[in-house]
Write a protein that binds this ligand. Structure first.
Ligand SMILES: Nc1ncnc2c1ncn2[C@@H]1O[C@H](COP(=O)(O)OP(=O)(O)OP(=O)(O)O)[C@@H](O)[C@H]1O
Ligand SMILES: [Mg+2]
Length: 451
């Protein structure tokens, strides 16, 4: 088997690490191996202990390798949307010959225009995670998807740039490399997730996808096939488990088991007659608890999470998007979750569960999305992306030079793009303690956008 036909996705989650090995044959993705192990060393989606994460990654990869009966080396890894910022970028270069005559555009020119688009005043703690070209403009002719082979004297690139905390990116790469793997691509997690959780129409006309993870809950707005906005609430399913454990006075393991076996997201859907035994700390005999009481505990936390998401999404009028809300991620397996979300969001809500054999649980959506994303990248997207590595180096040199001469510029917010500010530019990274960041201007940028 040709190794280039093999794609591997790695999802480093707070609750578990998921790995998928897939082969791409005749435009068809076949999953040939998967691994899923409990994870340690993450807090709310962010790596806090490299050694523990490395060991969990190794375990999950080993499982997948054994199932697929192949050794893997390159992986596509998801980067959590914590403190993500999304903005437009624009670059322009001359492509003419030395005498000023028009010349054929090459791959090297594409790299150069990408570098020009990446020159930004980033604060030292932030870095570019990804850049996705939107269109190329050659001598004023816009809408070009791939300019290679065309003739012109001036080329522009318009795209979307995703930036995030350097520490998140560094730690993610470090863990993967220390686990003996090579990072072939780092993908902003909700972009990959949307590839599978949303259908083509939803990605195009607009929809909200919510990833109900263990350590965090991420809402992402997709429109025009682009990620426009993210909101990360730093509470997830593990908080629900903790609530159950505290209220019922039982161990975390028991609480997790009760949630999965008897849990409902909405108390109104659960029976007040059906009971189950709970092993209470300090008591010999198990106590009987009704399904409805358990559901009340679960609903209280979920309601709190959904209300925060709802407030943030309302600020940008995201509920006006025709696709409504799609829920996925581990907690989306809870019965009644769509009903609860619908009651709070007041729009159509559905749950996405992968249909691949052995992977029919919503925890796997993210990692399947990573593999799908890897297979769908166009050549031009790959060239732009490859430029990112070298451009990062260039930019960091120039930013440290700036620091020595003009230290005051260092703390400035990311420079605003010059054109088409109404679109694409979303100051995301609205981890729940940053809600004050929703300013008047920001809201109205999206008013325009969602019109
Ligand atoms: N059948 C189920 N019923 C209820 N909850 C479930 C079920 N299966 C998994 N969960 C919950 O889903 C959560 C894990 O989801 P997921 O695997 O998507 O998280 P993660 O990717 O590890 O974490 P994160 O994305 O937050 O970093 C846990 O809180 C777990 O209890
Ligand atoms: Mg996750």
């Amino acid at each position: 088997m040709n190794n280039s036909d093999i794609f591997v996705g790695l999802d480093i989650g707070t609750t578990s690490i998921k790995v998928i090995i897939a082969e791409y044959v005749k435009n068809q993705l076949n999953i040939i191996g998967y691994g899923n192990t409990g994870s340690a060393g993450l807090n709310r989606g962010v790596i806090v202990d490299i050694d523990q994460v490395v060991s969990s990654i190794k375990d999950a990869v080993k499982q997948a390798e054994q199932r697929a009966n192949i050794d893997i080396s390159n992986v596509t890894v998801g980067v959590p949307a914590n403190m993500l910022q999304i903005e437009q970028c624009h670059g322009m270069i001359a492509v003419s010959n030395e005498d000023g005559s028009a010349k054929e555009i090459t791959e090297e020119d594409v790299r150069q225009v990408t570098q020009a688009a990446l020159v930004q005043n980033l604060p030292p703690e932030r870095t570019v995670i990804d850049v996705v070209p939107d269109e190329f403009i050659v001598d004023g002719f816009d809408g070009i998807k791939d300019p290679r082979g065309m003739v012109g004297v001036r080329m522009e690139m318009q795209g979307v740039m995703y930036t995030g905390p350097k520490t998140i990116l560094h730690n993610t790469k470090k863990c993967v490399e220390r686990a003996g793997l090579n990072v072939s691509d780092l993908v902003v997690a909700p972009i990959a997730l949307s590839q599978v959780a949303l259908n083509d129409g939803e990605q195009d006309f607009g929809a909200i996808v919510v990833d109900l993870g263990g350590g965090k809950t991420t809402a992402a707005v997709m429109h025009d096939h682009k990620l426009k906005y993210t909101y990360v609430d730093q509470e997830g399913g593990d908080f629900v488990t903790r609530d159950i454990s505290v209220v019922l006075n039982t161990s975390s393991e028991n609480a997790e088991m009760l949630k999965r076996n008897y849990g409902y997201a909405q108390a109104a859907l659960a029976s007040d007659e059906e009971t189950f035994p709970v092993q209470v700390v300090g008591k010999q005999e198990p106590e009987k608890v009704t399904e409805q009481y358990l559901a009340e505990i679960i609903e209280a936390r979920l309601r709190q999470i959904f209300e925060k998401l709802g407030a943030a999404l309302n600020q940008i009028n995201a509920f006006q998007l025709p696709g409504g809300v799609v829920l996925t991620g581990g907690m989306a397996a809870l019965p009644g979750i769509a009903e609860l979300a619908e009651e709070i969001f007041q729009v159509q809500v559905k749950v996405y569960i992968p249909q691949e054999i052995n992977l029919r649980i919503p925890s796997f959506t993210q990692v399947i999305g990573l593999v799908e994303y890897a297979t769908k990248q166009s050549e031009i997207e790959l060239i732009v992306k490859q430029t990112l590595g070298s451009a990062n180096a260039v930019r960091h040199v120039s930013s440290s030079q700036r620091t020595t001469t003009k230290p005051q510029t260092e703390q400035k917010p990311v420079k605003k793009p010059k054109k088409n500010v109404k679109e694409n530019q979303a100051k995301a990274g609205n981890d729940h303690n940053e809600e004050s960041g929703f300013g008047y201007k920001f809201k109205h940028m999206f008013d325009n956008f969602f019109d």
